[in-house]
Design a protein around this ligand. Structure first.
Ligand code: AMP
Ligand code: ZN
Length: 573
């Protein structure tokens, strides 16, 4: 490239500080010594052995949207055309980017860009493209604020901007777990981390196991529901937070989901909402219940019924409050999602399925394995038999929307995204007063329903103490069985602390409450106004602390303190 003699040559410019190139004071392109502005005017350029030459120069700072400028484009008018140069601004460690100081120190790296003006036009077009995401708008607004604030405030905003530009804004940022708390580390790590963590520990002799994924609709005859007065009496309390789900398990001979489900469907007008015969709902509940594994100590149909019961209690509380947050269809889909949210759970975690090359992990590429399966099998079963198709009378649009809601709610129960859902919920509903919601606020309504099913799903530490302890025993037993199998098959051990010989149940519960439950329960309680959630959680927390201090650790120790509620644990060793 050659330049007319009056214009600066490349070698006079490359790597030179701008202060050496321009005679003019460059503060003209920096407003209040802070940020670089566009400039269009005359600047005097130094030439070797010559006086400075006044030239018409345009300067355009270039930045990623919302960031401080990283480059300056200099456009010189030269005889017969124009000439552009890019100058790179120093990185922040050298000088605050976009400051006058940095402009002085910045030097051309002279990647000369086309001088035909075409390039400038496309650059201009690029900056005006309507490609702004909401987060970009936020970043832009903050950047504007930054221009007129003190250096301290600007530094703070810089930090905020840095966070905002990160990926995984809502990904779990675990509270620091005490290093002397290996059980919490195990449990919380296993719950909140994706499967990749375990891949490096995969053992060589993995074999493929089958989980009960076959659909068994044809062979299932809905259990005859007995009009048993004891069951009916118990179900009168089915919206109470103190409801005894274990008694229901016992008196329904392990069919709590069928009975509780029909009661909920009746109470929330689900038959009318879906325009469906009661018998279809009954058959649907029976089939869903049959696809929960009785052999699971925790993830069986009693857990599904418990989550459905909590969902019913929350919906009732929400509709008792003045704000109208759910319509009848939303209530119906929430109840359906709750009933089906763990269907065909194999009693092993997603990490286990990934580590053992289970067909489900292969099918779902190790991503959201269990929840994807629960949602998929729910629809496979439901649509696979007209006799249980509770959606068959919905019009296309309504069905599409109901399906999307149910899938979204089931997927929201995945614990690896716990903090993401919590953070989003708090950002919308975390104020002093819950925000008024209108029907058009679909997004906030989705956040609320995700939180509803999440809290219902892990509400056991906020239930009356004897139920809380029973659930803790059941989940511990299921974890122990997973560890047993991992050892037996030489698979990576997902939660080594959950070994039946050594595990402290109280410590695991204290960790679970401290790291997962507490913040979520407070956020949910302040939204829904059910103080008993917090009261029970605190009582239970204190009880676990006491047990811990007394050295009541193992399942056997706990059993001695409190005999199992309802049915005996299945499969306990
Ligand atoms: P889900 O599998 O949908 O029931 O998701 C809830 C997760 O929380 C499961 O992985 C459970 O193992 C876990 N969880 C629920 N209650 C407890 C508890 N009391 N202690 C430890 N983990 C729990
Ligand atoms: Zn669950």
């Amino acid at each position: 490239m050659s330049f007319p003699c009056t214009t600066p040559k490349q070698d006079e410019i490359i790597s030179k500080p701008l202060a050496d190139i321009f005679v003019s004071d460059l503060s003209t392109i920096s407003e209040q010594g802070k940020s670089i502005k566009e400039f269009d005017g005359i600047l005097t350029v130094r030439r070797k052995n010559q006086e400075g030459i006044p030239m018409h120069v345009r300067v355009v700072p270039v930045a990623c949207i919302g960031s401080a400028p990283t480059h300056l484009i200099f456009n010189f008018d030269i005889p017969g055309g124009q000439m552009d140069f890019i100058a790179t601004l120093p990185q922040p460690k050298e000088a605050p980017r976009g400051s006058l100081h940095s402009v002085r120190r910045c030097s051309f790296d002279v990647r000369s860009i086309a001088s035909d003006g075409l390039r400038r036009t496309s650059l201009a077009k690029l900056t005006s493209l309507p490609l702004e995401a909401p987060i970009t708008k936020i970043i832009n607004l903050l950047s504007q604020v930054q221009e007129n604030c003190s250096a301290d405030e600007a530094r703070l905003i810089d930090k905020v901007l840095e966070f905002l530009k990160r990926e995984g804004l809502y990904s779990p940022q675990m509270k620091e777990i005490r290093t002397d708390d290996p059980i919490a580390t195990d449990l919380i790590g296993a719950l909140l981390t994706g499967p990749s963590v375990y891949s490096s520990r995969r053992s060589s002799n993995d074999s493929i196991i089958r989980t009960g994924t076959s659909t068994r609709t044809a062979s299932i005859v809905p259990a005859k529901m007995k009009a048993n007065p004891i069951i009916m009496e118990l179900l009168e309390e089915s919206l109470s937070w103190d409801f005894d789900i274990f008694k229901l398990e016992e008196i329904t001979d392990y069919h709590p989901l069928l009975y509780l489900g029909m009661e909920m469907f009746r109470r929330f007008d689900v038959f009318a909402t879906l325009n469906i015969d009661e018998n279809v709902c009954k058959a649907w509940l029976a089939v869903i219940e049959a696809h929960y594994h009785k052999s699971n100590t925790y993830h069986n149909s009693t857990h599904a019924a418990d989550v459905m019961q909590a969902t019913g209690a929350f919906i009732t509380q929400l509709s008792n409050r003045d704000m109208m947050v759910m319509d009848r269809m939303e209530e119906a889909t929430a109840l359906i999602a709750a009933a089906a949210h763990d269907v065909d759970h194999p009693g092993r975690s997603s990490a286990f399925l990934c580590n053992s090359n289970n067909p489900l992990a292969i099918l779902y590429n190790d991503l959201t394995v269990l929840e994807s399966h629960h949602a998929a099998i729910t629809f496979k079963l439901t649509l696979g038999d007209d006799k249980i198709n509770i959606f068959k009378n919905l019009d296309k649009e309504t069905y599409k929307s109901a399906r999307s809601t149910i899938i979204d709610m089931i997927l929201a129960t995945e614990m690896t995204r716990h903090f993401e859902h919590l953070a989003k919920f708090v950002s919308v509903f975390g104020g002093e007063e819950p925000r008024e919601m209108s029907q058009s606020e679909e997004e906030t309504s989705i956040l609320m329903r995700r939180m509803l099913i999440k809290v219902a799903d892990v509400s056991n530490p906020a239930r009356p103490m004897q139920y809380c302890i029973e659930w803790a025993r059941r989940i511990a037993e299921e974890y122990f069985m997973q560890t047993d199998e991992e050892k037996q098959r030489h698979l990576p051990i997902v939660m080594p602390m959950f070994d039946r010989a050594t595990c402290s149940i109280p410590k695991s519960q204290i960790g679970f409450i401290e790291y997962i439950i507490q913040d979520m329960m407070h956020a949910w309680e302040s939204f829904i106004d059910m103080p008993q959630l917090i009261t029970y959680m605190q009582i239970n927390y204190s009880q676990w602390k006491k047990y811990d201090e007394q050295g009541v650790n193992t399942l056997a120790d706990i059993m001695a303190k409190q005999p199992p509620v309802g049915n005996k644990l299945t499969n306990s060793k």
